[in-house]
Design a protein around this ligand. Structure first.
Ligand code: UDP
Ligand code: MG
Length: 323
């Protein structure tokens, strides 16, 4: 989220839309039941729909100036659509929900209550999820367990789009790939207080899901990236260099065994694969350490070229040295 327009609002609702022509009108009606009690804006991000979605969204925007349509040039994926929404919204609280009616807008007030109670992020938990078991529920069950274990942010359902955020926790967040499910983890890094409440979930009636089993591979790889970033984004050399040193240690052991066999075991160097193994370990270690050094250069470029600090200040007192 880069800059904030000077007209601020209490609540921004962001809805990514990709080919949801039959869902747009009913969703708008449901949102109106809830939104009118807030100082709200709705940001629809049309993610390169090829059906009539954009025309319908524009129609809504013509009727209601509090509905904003951001139309992406081409389909860029749900995560990118969400980022476009963050970048254009100006609410103090931000709620995200799917545009396919699977999330229930009636849950929004309860999510916002949690923010009022002092939480920075309130995540929806699709306790009774209405999706297929094999392609959705099972992979998601496993992913939730693994993400919760690895990330240390304890949620039951990361994949539910319906979540409410305080604006501050999304500042500086940049998401790539399918990473929107890791938003609570990014927020956690910034020290956000997170909670979770059960929300209603409905089966998709109109249109089709945009994801199948191929999402599993992407989520595993994204999780790898998030784990790496969470543990080593400040000091990548500890991971690469650590792996490198471990390889050098194995090379040394192999080398000692090799020498032992040669002089005391009666086996010539060429009688065992040990010289090859020792060389492999040594080279792998060397390359790994070099990769670590390159990663260190990259991380410095990242922080210094964009003036990104390596810490997050929550508040300041008696500090008058500029902002
Ligand atoms: N979506 C999007 N761009 C895409 C794919 C999906 O904006 O490339 C939107 C879609 O319109 C919906 C939400 O993201 O509002 C969730 O998508 P979907 O229902 O297909 O995901 P599922 O519920 O099956 O996980
Ligand atoms: Mg859906």
């Amino acid at each position: 989220m880069k800059k904030r327009p000077d007209h601020s609002r209490a609540l921004s609702i962001i809805v990514p839309i990709y080919n949801e022509e039959d869902n747009i009108k009913p969703l708008y009606d449901e949102l109106m039941q809830v939104c009118t009690s807030y100082d709200y804006e709705i940001i629809y991000v049309n993610d390169g729909s090829t059906d009539n979605s954009l025309a319908l969204l524009n129609e809504i925007a013509n009727q209601n100036p509090l509905c904003i349509v951001i139309n992406l040039r081409r389909n860029s994926g749900q995560t990118a659509a969400m980022m476009a929404g963050f970048d254009h919204c100006c609410g103090d609280a931000i709620v995200l929900l799917d545009g396919d009616l699977q999330n229930d807008p009636a849950d929004i007030p309860r999510l916002l209550e949690k923010l009022d109670e002092g939480f920075d992020l309130c995540s929806g938990w699709r306790q009774k999820r209405k999706d297929t078991w094999l392609t959705k529920k099972l992979p998601s069950m496993i992913a939730n367990k693994v993400i919760s274990k690895i990330s240390g942010v304890k949620l039951k359902d990361y994949g539910c789009t319906l979540k409410a955020y305080k604006r501050e926790v999304l500042a500086d967040v940049q998401l790539y790939g399918e990473m929107h499910r890791f938003l609570p983890i990014y927020a956690g890094w910034q020290g956000a207080k997170t909670t979770e409440i059960a929300v209603n979930h409905r089966a998709r009636i109109h249109g089709t899901s945009n994801y199948g089993l191929e999402r599993i591979g992407k989520v595993i790889l994204d999780l790898l990236v998030v784990t790496f970033l969470s543990g080593y984004s400040q000091k990548p050399i500890y991971l690469f260099g650590g792996f490198g040193l471990l390889n050098h240690f194995f090379a040394l052991i192999t080398f000692i065994v090799m020498i032992y066999f040669k002089f005391w075991g009666g086996k010539d160097f060429i009688a065992t694969p040990l010289p090859l193994v020792a060389t492999l370990f040594f080279l792998m270690g060397f390359i790994s350490i070099l990769l670590g050094l390159i990663a260190e250069l990259l991380i410095r470029t990242y922080h210094e070229s964009q003036n990104k600090p390596t810490y997050h200040v929550e508040s300041k007192q008696n500090f008058n040295g500029g902002d």
